[in-house]
Ligand binder design. Structure first.
Ligand code: ADP
Length: 494
């Protein structure tokens, strides 16, 4: 392959799907366009797979699970995933250009979406190699005498992975690699807006690894019905999904008739409680940055800033300065840290929510529209809305744009109550000069994760999941690995 190390610019990804070991088009050859959000131009096409293609892929995964040694041969799986890791490293710059092309992610901040997930492939291979799949659970007395119990960890079976468009390559890896290493077979259905981060992974698996036919399949499609077919197929044992809460509910319902194990990482509306003793000059510029990188298209973003009334205007001034000066522009230009929204539909959704906030009485401090200097590309101004009513739509609905809302509070108890006033429970943040005080507030937030003073909770070795309507189950850490395993308890003579 030619090196793309020093090339820049739009790059089309693999247009074919991977089904049963073959890179394939759909019967009839239908495709759909992939748009580069920074130029609004068509960058290339992906296969518009059908429900029949999905059925074929699930059949292949079922066969590979039931009839090959994949589920039983841990050493082979380790070797295959290390091969994949090496192949991904070789393809790293190509993958980066594909990511920027389909997402508009700025090159400057692309490391967490390329280098990090590639490193995670090796992490999961090693984690799975070293995992203890047979655990002695001791002896207990039964009417027929003592019995020893052994816990045998086994793969769940066929795993359907449905991924969103915001961090597509990272999530394709995060949802499929631990599943594969645990011995499952996988069908990946990438999001419509970002098919190549999935199909390119399929190409690399097919061309550069010994992963057997049917073990890993990728079905791209422009139709939601194809993801729905995966989540309802009786031959699928488990669905792992990241996306909106609405789609998560549909996936749970579709899996109910066959009682599918379901791992869901859904929406968020996380609060950042800035306590009255916090160092505003370090915590608030960081809060503004978090809202703008990835154009706010992040489920864990603490998008609701809660400021103490005693220091309210001081906090707003710092946030305003940080947001108004944030480097936005062409994702290919080093230094830009905010790119476009992924699509015009998404941008209009963000602008509509900003308007709803203003209509509900919020004060617009900066932003609120389309940057004048960037008429081409789906750019949105970094936007600060203050005096936001905690019950209003903009304080309740996930925006997925570079928008922060600010609400004042009087006491720590008030702040916790406002933070918890949401159907979501994904993340949260607390800032304070007193870490014990911040920790105590963190324990009262009904969320799966909290960051204190910018020290992020997020990492491959720690469980990550949501409470309330933000999810079910965990990714990462050994908890995350075990999601892809079933426990068989075997009782036997001592
Ligand atoms: P968004 O609304 O931001 O596009 P979604 O949560 O709807 O995010 O999409 C995430 C993923 O879920 C995508 O891969 C999409 O194709 C898929 N999807 C959408 N609707 C369904 C459904 N009813 N069943 C299964 N998957 C779906």
């Amino acid at each position: 392959m030619t090196s793309v190390q020093n090339e820049t610019g739009v790059l089309a990804g693999e247009p074919r799907m991977l089904i049963d070991g073959e890179l394939t088009e759909t019967a009839g050859g239908a495709t759909f366009d992939v748009i580069h959000p920074a130029s609004e131009q068509v960058a290339g096409t992906a296969t518009d797979g059908t429900v029949e293609d999905m059925a074929r892929a699930v059949g292949a995964a079922r066969r590979a699970f039931d009839e090959t040694d994949w589920s039983r041969d841990k050493d082979f799986r380790f070797n295959c995933l290390m091969q994949l890791h090496a192949a991904l490293e070789k393809n790293q710059e190509r993958l980066r250009r594909i990511l920027i092309t389909e997402v508009g992610c700025p090159v400057t901040v692309s490391g967490s979406q390329i280098e990090s997930p590639i490193a995670e492939v090796k992490h999961w291979a090693e984690h799975g190699r070293d995992f203890d799949y047979l655990v002695d659970n001791g002896v207990h007395e039964t009417p027929l005498g003592p019995a020893r119990r052994k816990l045998h960890y086994e793969p769940v079976g066929v795993v359907g992975a449905i991924t969103p468009w915001n961090v597509p390559f990272y999530l394709n890896i995060a949802e499929t690699i631990p599943a594969l290493m645990a011995g499952n077979t996988v069908v990946l259905k990438p999001a419509q807006l970002t098919p190549w981060s999935g199909s390119e992974l399929g190409r690399i698996v097919a061309e550069e690894t010994d992963i057997p036919a049917g073990v890993f399949n990728v079905v791209t499609s422009n139709a939601n019905e194809v993801g729905a077919a995966l989540s309802a197929d009786p031959r699928v044992d488990m669905i792992t999904f990241t996306g909106s809460t609405a789609t998560g509910r549909a996936i749970l319902a579709a899996g109910a008739p066959t009682v599918k194990k379901t791992l869901l990482e859904l929406g968020g509306k996380s609060a950042h409680i800035v306590l009255d003793d916090a160092d505003f000059n370090s915590s608030l510029p960081l809060a503004a940055m978090m809202a703008c990188v990835m154009s706010g298209q992040s489920c864990i973003l603490p998008s609701r800033i809660l400021l103490p009334r005693s220091r309210y205007e001081e906090g707003i001034e710092i946030l305003k300065t940080s947001m108004a000066n944030f480097p936005v522009g062409d994702p290919w230009t080093p230094g830009n840290m905010q790119g476009p929204q992924i699509s015009e539909t998404q941008r209009q959704k963000v602008l509509g929510l900003i308007k709803s906030g203003i209509d509900a009485g919020a004060r617009l401090v900066t932003g609120g529209g389309i940057p004048e200097a960037l008429p081409v590309g789906y750019y949105t101004e970094a936007t600060l809305l203050v005096d936001v009513d905690p019950d209003s739509q903009i304080a309740q609905e996930e925006i997925f744009g570079p928008v922060l809302t600010v609400t004042p509070y009087d006491t720590d108890d008030d702040a916790v109550a406002i933070a918890n006033n949401t159907i979501y429970g994904l993340s949260g943040e607390v800032s304070s000069a007193d870490v014990d005080r911040a920790f105590s507030v963190a324990t009262r937030m009904r969320t799966g994760n909290v960051t204190i003073n910018g020290k992020s909770h997020f990492g491959i070795d720690s469980p990550f999941g949501g409470t309330k309507q933000s999810g079910l189950g965990y990714r990462n850490g050994t908890h995350g690995y075990q999601e892809y395993l079933a426990i068989k308890t075997i009782g036997m003579p001592e």
